[in-house]
Design a protein around this ligand. Structure first.
Ligand SMILES: Cc1cc2nc3c(=O)[nH]c(=O)nc-3n(C[C@H](O)[C@H](O)[C@H](O)COP(=O)(O)OP(=O)(O)OC[C@H]3O[C@@H](n4cnc5c(N)ncnc54)[C@H](O)[C@@H]3O)c2cc1C
Length: 367
């Protein structure tokens, strides 16, 4: 019998394998597609932030920075002497209209309690800091300017975690698990992302297709933060000499990952040009689509021990924030598995019982 089997070698599987191996557990990670063609993490925007409503999400965002900042030490291996996640700490800027402002003022109390270091600014003053913005229709905004938020390269981060886990003894193997009961192990961790329901049918997580467009604009602002325009739902950030922009439109039940190209003309470009008038001149240069691991109950992570099994733990449902939460989730699951309870960030609020009792714990700031 195996000690630990992790199903899914994506970012959550790799982070969990790393933390468990560090504690001396013998981990096998089973991944059905080691090219990760359709996995969520390589198709993500790489963003990490602490600007959430709920304290647990704020604290997971804070730990992401702490962990990523130190990977040149912690994830160094014989084969990877200088691991990096290629961090760009440009910050996040979230823009709120009157319909979201009240909730955001409440969220700011949590930011303060967690010492998140976020700043709040009325829309009327936005142009003093972000000269490129059209503040029309906005009431307030929050941002960081102290290199605590930004984005990373998801491939490099995954590679660094996987390499280190492997050096610590974890084995990554190709395999397609059809049923949880097919695994014989002391501990099983389901890290199957948006495909979790195939193994654990009572977990309400579904693949939700999201499209990202690559665009070029004659005017480039390399220092631009990852900006989320809550009134339109569009978000964007610089990428090299271009920009990436996410569509607010999403679709369930899509077998294909063809980008929803019509969204660009109909939704994304108008919203971009409205908020940044210079984006009127932009040109579409590419795009892709990927699946969010959408928790259809409350848009929040589902993490912990499955109450119907003796030895099955799971982590899924991150709904667009699994990359940034992976260090905190990998560490938290390891604490739960090895000591029986969370030792650092208390992740009990993400527990599976709430799913069965339909106790929603909705996180409002989903981009
Ligand atoms: C367009 C887009 C933008 C995003 N932007 C961000 C962002 O800016 N910041 C952020 O934090 N997050 C972002 N995300 C979300 C993030 O990518 C996911 O939340 C995260 O990747 C989830 O990690 P995971 O390891 O659970 O799933 P995945 O990365 O999908 O990995 C799961 C793995 O499990 C394997 N698997 C599944 N079932 C089985 C089985 N039965 N047997 C064997 N293997 C199996 C799959 O092949 C897959 O490789 C974005 C996602 C998308 C699509």
């Amino acid at each position: 019998m195996d000690d630990v089997v992790v199903v899914g070698g994506g970012i959550i599987g790799a982070a969990t394998a790393y933390f468990l191996s560090k504690e001396g557990r013998k981990v096998r990670v089973i991944e059905r597609d080691p090219t990760y063609k359709k996995a969520s993490f390589p198709l993500s925007l790489g963003g990490f932030r602490r600007q959430f409503f709920q304290k647990e999400n704020i604290n997971l965002g804070k730990f992401a920075l702490e962990f990523i900042s130190d990977i040149s030490n912690t994830l160094k291996t014989k084969n990877n002497l200088n691991p990096t996640a290629s961090m760009v700490p440009n910050g996040y800027l979230l823009l709120f209209g009157p319909e979201h402002a009240k909730e955001q003022y409440e969220a700011l109390k949590n930011h303060k309690a967690c010492q998140a270091g976020t700043k709040n600014i009325p829309a009327s003053k936005l142009k003093e800091i972000f000269s490129w913005i059209n503040p029309e229709g906005l009431e307030t905004a929050t941002y960081t300017d102290n290199k605590t938020e930004g984005w990373i390269d998801p491939h490099m981060f995954h590679n660094a975690l996987k390499n280190k886990a492997t050096e610590l003894g974890a084995k990554f193997e190709k395999g397609d698990i059809k049923k949880i009961s097919d695994i014989k192990a002391k501990t099983i961790v389901s890290a199957a992302g948006c495909w979790t329901k195939e193994l654990l049918e009572d977990i309400p997580v579904a693949p939700q297709k999201h499209t990202v467009f690559r665009v070029k604009c004659p005017k480039h602002y390399p220092e631009m933060p990852l900006t989320g325009d809550l009134p339109s739902g569009v978000y964007w950030r610089p990428e090299g000499k271009e920009y990436l922009a996410g569509s607010p439109n999403s679709k369930f039940d899509c077998l294909d990952l063809e980008p929803e190209w019509d969204d660009f003309e109909n939704l994304v470009w108008p919203a971009l040009a409205n908020r940044v008038p210079e984006f009127e001149q932009l040109k579409l240069t590419g795009g892709w689509a990927g699946y969010y691991d959408c928790n259809t109950l409350d848009n929040n992570a589902i993490v912990g021990k499955h109450p119907k099994y003796e030895n099955v733990f799971l982590a899924t449902g991150f709904t667009g924030r699994g990359l940034m939460q992976s260090p905190g989730i990998g560490r938290g699951l390891t604490e739960l598995i090895t000591t029986g309870k969370y030792q650092t960030i208390d992740l009990s609020c993400f527990g599976i019982d709430r799913i069965f009792t339909k106790q929603k714990r909705t996180e409002p700031y989903v981009l």
